[in-house]
Write a protein that binds this ligand. Structure first.
Ligand SMILES: Cc1cc2nc3c(=O)[nH]c(=O)nc-3n(C[C@H](O)[C@H](O)[C@H](O)COP(=O)(O)O)c2cc1C
Length: 205
């Protein structure tokens, strides 16, 4: 049972963060601003079986479609699947890094068309990360699974071609990454403020 400790707060993450599905205290946050969202967003690789609502999925995809893109060309595209057999196949594409996809209720492939947009990696990355922050704001979990420049489990076959085969994606497209989406059930703490690499920031005033 989930207890609504914040009946007057609209943000789902503020409510969900207190009690996970299993009643375990995860973390307390007050999602009043992007500053707080940046702190609590973590990669989430384990999900409950609860489906992602169509409304939430649309909100997450909307964030991608609103993301900045080079010259405003918006050349990315996205393939969404909640098909269990396809998601299982996607989880087996890479020798290690894709296994967590198996339990995800939804996977979104982020695609570019290199011939049309030389900035397809940048554009796709920004769209992907926009979805990750939007999902976190909705109390949903995501994790990036790298596909570009990765080998598949089959020697000499790229992860890109395997994903294209599984999802029926045409040859001229390139797969940047897969973003998993679901109701998280792993225990991830927010960012540790004391562990930030401020020494990697210099000022050239
Ligand atoms: C470009 C990129 C590629 C990534 N590839 C994978 C991956 O293939 N598999 C995976 O489990 N996580 C992957 N991640 C997630 C990172 O491991 C994760 O963001 C990092 O460990 C920091 O943890 P946090 O997101 O919880 O702050 C990737 C993240 C980025 C930005």
């Amino acid at each position: 049972m989930q207890i609504d400790l914040f009946p007057n707060i609209d943000s789902k993450i503020a409510k969900n963060a207190l009690f996970s599905k299993y009643g375990k205290i995860c973390y307390l946050c007050d999602m009043e601003s992007f500053k707080e969202l940046a702190r609590v967003r973590r990669s989430r690789r384990k999900y409950t079986e609860e489906a992602v609502s169509q409304e939430d999925l649309k909100t997450v995809l909307r964030a991608a479609l609103m993301a900045p893109s080079a010259k405003g060309l918006r050349k990315w595209s996205f393939v969404v699947t909640s098909d269990k057999a396809r998601i299982k196949a996607l989880s087996e594409v890479r020798p290690g890094g894709s296994a967590f996809l198996e339990g995800a209720p939804v996977v979104i492939a982020v695609l570019g068309t290199p011939a049309d947009q030389d900035m397809w990696v940048e554009d796709g990355s920004i769209a992907a990360v926009s979805m990750q922050y939007q999902a976190a704001d909705l109390g949903l979990g995501t994790c990036w699974c790298q596909i570009r420049s990765r080998e598949s489990v089959v020697e000499g076959v790229s992860a890109d071609s395997k994903v294209k085969e599984i999802l029926g994606i045409s040859e001229e497209k390139a797969v940047l990454c897969l973003i998993s989406l679901g109701h998280p059930c792993d225990d991830r703490k927010p960012q540790d403020e004391d562990n930030l690499k401020w020494d990697q920031v210099t000022y050239a005033d």
